[in-house]
Write a protein that binds this ligand. Structure first.
Ligand SMILES: Nc1nc2c(ncn2[C@@H]2O[C@H](COP(=O)(O)OP(=O)(O)O)[C@@H](O)[C@H]2O)c(=O)[nH]1
Ligand SMILES: [Mg+2]
Length: 430
């Protein structure tokens, strides 16, 4: 039995008894990898709607799940979805000409939280669809640069979230959940603060004055304070009742990475970004950094200091040390580029701006400045290609408060670079 010969198995059309016989016959048509994804994302029982635009080729010999499968053609999808509730919907597109529009049609019929698994043709077949993805998007100027990233952006536009691309060779297989309706877009600015008495008040003045309304964005400012000893904690407490500021109090300093991770976990924005509490970077660069995300040209943006030129740090009081840092920066950049096949100029910039959904399924463990490496690498491995945007930078020296430890931190960066190269990236779904 194939979907082509009996394209519609809806209970409304076939009657209950016949439909359940048809569903039982259809279950073996769920490909093995799809069943694995359903299980991984917590759908082990219940009802699944399988829609395909041609007969699925892969078959499952044994099915360990207790699933009731209703099948039909892609065109029947909305009608079938309006008849019954499904715990998950599986969409197999091989010939479809309208990837994003199809997703949009289904999204309109799904309850928030419903799981979608979509299989798309890989390599050349998918490239053909990509052209249509770009065309279908009113905001994008050109075809997105990478399969997994462009599929993710198309899913976000169509009303899905919590995206993970499971495989991307012969077929691109993605899973996502129907997003709740949201009226406005929100940008979460995560600010790790520890012993920054000198610069914190001025940073907050500038940050609160920095509006993003003209970009169509609301903002939330998440301060993560780790029990400063120089009076910064009291300064932070002064913003407790200042919207849109939210404060996360940590009992002790466990590193910038730990603080940023806590901020990310609390963030509610569609977009997240990091803003250090020193004044090394320029808030006027926000617009340029956000633009590629708002135009759907990228899911992940890096602010490249001095356009990635070698001498990005010039310490007025520790000149030699500044040059040593510049040389080390070159070395560490080369390591990342070689290990991960990139041509990045400034992978370790503070300015990492991304769709929050990119973090979905990722679990982080680095606490100090090695988190910069872990975050970048895991995003690369998940399939995103950062767009680098030039930003201004005025470096501060160690005497002026820089917290990187010269001998303690760099070995951790190299360890992270090699460790994540050797590990397979696995999703962690809640
Ligand atoms: N909450 C918190 N913030 C931290 C900690 N360590 C560093 N930071 C903050 O992280 C930011 C970056 O630190 P900085 O020394 O400027 O690092 P660099 O500019 O990357 O060399 C600053 O805002 C620090 O206050 C920590 O343990 N806890
Ligand atoms: Mg800094």
């Amino acid at each position: 039995m194939t979907l082509e010969t009996q394209p519609n198995y809806s209970p409304a059309v076939l009657g209950q008894a016949e439909a359940s016989r048809a569903a039982a016959a259809l279950l073996p048509l769920l490909p093995k990898n799809v069943v694995a994804i359903l299980r991984e994302r917590g759908v082990t029982r219940g009802s699944v709607l399988l829609l395909a635009d041609c007969p699925p080729r892969l078959r499952l010999r044994e099915h360990p799940l207790e699933l009731r499968v209703t099948g039909g053609s892609v065109a029947d999808g909305p009608a079938l979805l309006s008849h019954a509730h499904f715990d998950a919907i599986v969409v197999m597109l091989e010939r479809s000409q309208e990837f994003e529009r199809t997703l949009r049609r289904f999204a309109a019929c799904l309850a928030p939280g419903t799981l979608l698994v979509a299989t798309l043709p890989g390599a050349s077949g998918y490239r053909k669809l990509l052209g249509e993805v770009a065309e279908a998007s009113p905001n994008s100027d050109g075809a997105p640069s990478h399969d997994r990233e462009s599929a993710h952006l198309a899913l976000l536009r169509a009303g899905f979230e919590s995206v993970w691309a499971h495989s991307h060779r012969a077929t691109l297989c993605v899973s996502a959940r129907r997003a709740p309706q949201r009226a406005e877009r929100l940008c979460s600015i995560v600010v790790p603060v520890f012993n920054e008495k000198r610069t914190f008040p001025e940073l907050m003045r500038r940050l609160l004055a920095k509006r993003l309304d003209h970009l169509g964005l609301e903002r939330e400012i998440i301060l993560v304070e780790s029990n400063s000893t120089d009076g910064t904690r009291e300064l932070v407490a002064g913003f407790e009742n200042t919207p849109p500021v939210r404060i996360l109090w940590q009992a002790r300093p466990r590193g910038k990475g730990h603080a940023v991770r806590a901020g990310f976990a609390a963030a509610r924005g569609d977009i997240v970004m990091i803003q250090d509490a020193d004044l090394e970077y320029d808030l006027d660069d926000y617009d340029a950094l956000l633009e590629p995300l708002l135009r759907d040209q990228a899911a992940f943006v890096l602010g490249s200091r001095h356009s990635g030129r070698v001498r990005m740090r010039r310490f007025t009081d520790q000149r030699v040390l500044g040059e040593v840092c510049n040389a080390a920066h070159l070395l560490f950049t080369a390591v990342i580029n070689i290990l991960y096949g990139q041509r990045l100029k400034d992978p370790f910039t503070m300015f990492k701006v991304l769709r929050r959904d990119c973090l979905h399924g990722l679990r982080f463990e680095c606490d100090r400045f090695d988190f910069d490496h872990e975050l970048l690498i895991k995003l690369l491995l998940k399939g995103y290609r950062p767009v680098e945007v030039p930003v201004n930078y005025r470096s501060r020296s160690f005497k002026q408060g820089k917290k990187i430890r010269f001998f303690r931190d760099p070995p951790g960066w190299l360890a992270a670079d090699f460790k994540y190269r050797l590990q397979r990236l696995r999703p962690h779904f809640d």
